[in-house]
Design a protein around this ligand. Structure first.
Ligand code: SF4
Ligand code: SF4
Length: 333
């Protein structure tokens, strides 16, 4: 795979600093029931990297100390971590909002038939990737049969109350463009998804998050192999909207990998650009970049206030500020 990381590190992206921390985004491991071609972490059924119980307990200590409001769980398929139910139950007992980034098909897998019911009983919010409402496009990105399984899972979730007005059970879908373009306006696409899924299957959901493709990991590699990297970076930079700078998600979250190491966001985690101890270099034109790879572990910051710390930025950050803005919660602003 071609790597865009060296091309991104020297950057003129503006300096930004952390605000009040409200959210922990946690990667529970790389095990997944699917092996999508575009997967950022090359997740799959045979991967064995999974967050252990000690690290899960560390997360809970962190949540307690910093009064974290939202726990955002990713993977792989986060539900496949053996400590998933323990973590969710403990977080919910503390009044924390829990988001499960669910690939939908896991809810149909043998051994996971009661997972949807568990999520509903805990009031977990579900954020599910459905890159298109058309079968052909979904199966191309995620694998044959994934569309039908996703639809079946959505119907099952609706039956439990997910995405049904007044139930309090949130079901949000995620869209990202198939190629080197910015997402269309979120509101318009949401209406199109709602109309299609309702008329074809009677499916309802709360909201659609449109997310810009980051020029990193597998998508970055595709850009390089097609000779589109420079043009895509130019598109991101020329679409820079300063207003988005005050709402980028790293201002209020940190990202934790399956081993408990800490990053300013999920994208920095994928790029292996860790939050580091005191090894930042500030350059006049390039904002902040980490100068070595010594990773900070959650155990080292459990009682530390990160407010006001510089965020490690690089050129991929333009993916968060382009156009309508982009975050794990969709368009900004
Ligand atoms: S469902 Fe998500 S985590 Fe699993 S292989 Fe596909 S992209 Fe990767
Ligand atoms: S990629 Fe986005 S969320 Fe991550 S550090 Fe850059 S601006 Fe912040």
């Amino acid at each position: 795979m071609l790597d865009t990381r060296p091309l991104l590190l020297t950057s003129d992206f503006p300096e930004i600093k952390r605000g009040k921390l409200t959210t922990l985004q946690v990667n529970l491991g790389y095990k997944c029931n699917l092996s999508c071609t575009h997967c950022h972490v090359a997740a799959g059924p045979t991967r064995t990297e999974l967050m252990d119980k000690a690290t899960v307990d560390l997360l809970l200590s962190y949540i307690d100390f910093h009064r974290i409001e939202t726990l955002d769980l990713t993977g792989g398929a986060p539900e496949m971590n053996p400590h998933f139910r323990y973590l969710v139950t403990q977080a919910r007992e503390r009044g924390v909002t829990v988001i499960d980034r669910c690939n939908l098909t896991i809810l149909l897998e043998p051994g996971y038939e009661d997972m949807a019911g568990f999520l509903a009983s805990q009031g977990v919010e579900i954020v599910a990737s459905l890159p298109c409402y058309l079968e052909e496009n979904v199966d191309k990105q995620r694998g044959k049969g994934v569309y039908n399984d996703s639809i079946e899972a959505l119907i099952r979730l609706n039956k439990l109350g997910y995405g049904v007005p007044g139930s309090g059970l949130m079901l949000n879908l995620v869209y990202n463009p198939g190629g080197a373009s910015l997402p269309p306006p979120q509101g318009d696409l949401e209406q199109a998804y709602k109309k299609e899924l309702a008329s074809r299957f009677g499916i309802t959901f709360n909201g659609l998050f449109t997310i810009a493709n980051m020029p990193i990991s597998r998508f970055g590699s595709v850009l390089l192999s097609k000779g589109q990297f420079d043009a895509y970076m130019q598109l991101l930079k020329s679409s820079y909207a300063e207003a988005n700078l005050s709402t980028v998600m790293c201002l209020s979250l940190i990202s934790i990998d399956w081993q408990g190491y800490v990053y300013d966001c999920d994208f920095n985690q994928m790029l292996d650009i860790p939050m580091s101890e005191s090894n930042f270099t500030l350059t006049a034109e390039s904002g902040v970049i980490a100068t070595d790879n010594k990773k900070l572990h959650l155990s080292e910051i459990v009682q530390r206030d990160l407010t006001g710390r510089p965020i490690v930025v690089a050129d991929h950050c333009y993916g968060c500020t382009a156009g309508q803005g982009s975050s794990c919660g969709g368009a900004l602003g």
